[in-house]
Write a protein that binds this ligand. Structure first.
Ligand code: ADP
Length: 299
């Protein structure tokens, strides 16, 4: 295999820039933005993700609290916690870590969130706002992808873009963001015949299909920019396994630029979550009555 020639669109420098910006804006608020992290049970991946989010929050000067509920938590108890956090003016953002244990239904939980505190951007009020290009909180991975592209100077406006995948978490919202950024957008999915014929049309190809190496070099237009949102652990001879994406590494020989896995889109998601928490806090402070300009102090 010859070494790839595509420019590497690295996540860490773009995530660092986003975190710096989040920290700077957090510092201008009357108090540090507060993120409530809710998890239920002891799913090891969820425990580790939530811990990582709390650590990064602290690094950029945000406050956070992990509400770790026992596995046996009922739907009513979880909803009650969400209501308490909604009503608490000290809480600016709420994240309920998914997946929930099988006996809990995530949908009513999502619907119960105050959209103004929905820092994952998954409440229908926020997905609707995204689709109509109105103000709202944007889902973290898609917004992180847009920040990654902007950081590396990739043009989106006017580009022919193809999104592979139509999930609520990535495919659909990233298609909306691309549309709002003046791209021409095609969404391909499981039922798309001759996927390669579609992906070869793309100047900018975003792949979020959850399939190891779905995209091979013959499916990519020479000179295209490729964003790989997939992350899979594949076995190795050492038995440790290694991480790879939805895009075959040989695509680097065809594409002009490619996000690596790991170290591409991954780091952007948490950075965007913290940026969303800052944005939520800014909007809440702007709406709240300001003691210094209210009552007898107003002239
Ligand atoms: P994610 O959360 O990363 O977006 P999901 O597993 O929820 O991933 O969604 C997978 C998406 O990828 C679905 O929309 C599905 O239609 C699409 N997809 C899966 N396999 C293929 C395939 N072979 N060709 C095209 N699209 C695919």
């Amino acid at each position: 295999m010859t070494p790839g020639t595509a420019r590497v669109l690295g996540g860490p420098p773009a995530a660092a820039a986003l975190l710096t910006e989040a920290g700077r804006r957090a510092g201008r608020l009357p108090r540090p933005p507060h993120l409530a992290l809710v998890r239920v049970g002891e799913d090891p991946a969820s425990v580790s993700y939530v811990r990582g989010k709390a650590q990064k929050a602290a690094e950029v000067g945000l406050s956070s609290h992990v509400h770790a509920l026992p596995e046996a938590t009922t739907q009513a108890e979880l909803l009650a916690l969400v209501e308490t956090l909604n009503a608490d003016p000290a809480v600016n953002g709420i994240l309920v870590q998914l997946p929930l244990p099988a006996h809990l239904n995530p949908e009513p939980v999502l619907l119960a969130l105050d959209p103004a505190k929905d820092v994952d951007g998954l409440h229908p009020a926020n997905t609707g706002a995204l689709w109509n290009n109105h103000a709202g909180l944007r889902p973290c991975t898609p917004a992180g992808i847009m920040a990654l592209l902007a950081h590396h100077g990739v043009t989106v406006a006017g580009q022919r873009t193809v999104v592979v995948g139509r999930s609520a978490l990535v495919g659909r919202p990233v298609a909306g963001l691309l549309l709002n950024a003046d791209a021409t957008v095609t969404v391909a999915h499981r039922a798309t015949p001759d996927l390669g014929a579609v992906t070869r049309e793309a100047d900018l190809l975003i792949v979020a299909a959850g399939q190891v190496h779905l995209i091979t070099p013959d499916m990519v237009r020479p000179g295209a920019v490729v964003v790989d949102v997939g992350i899979h652990r594949v076995p190795t001879e050492s038995g440790k396994g290694r991480l790879t994406g939805d895009v075959h590494p040989d695509v680097a020989q065809v594409a002009a630029a490619l996000t690596p896995v790991p170290g591409g889109v991954g780091p952007m998601t948490v950075a965007q979550l913290l940026m969303n928490t800052v944005i939520a806090a800014e909007r809440q402070h702007a709406r709240a009555p300001h003691p210094e300009v209210s009552g007898e102090h107003v002239r």
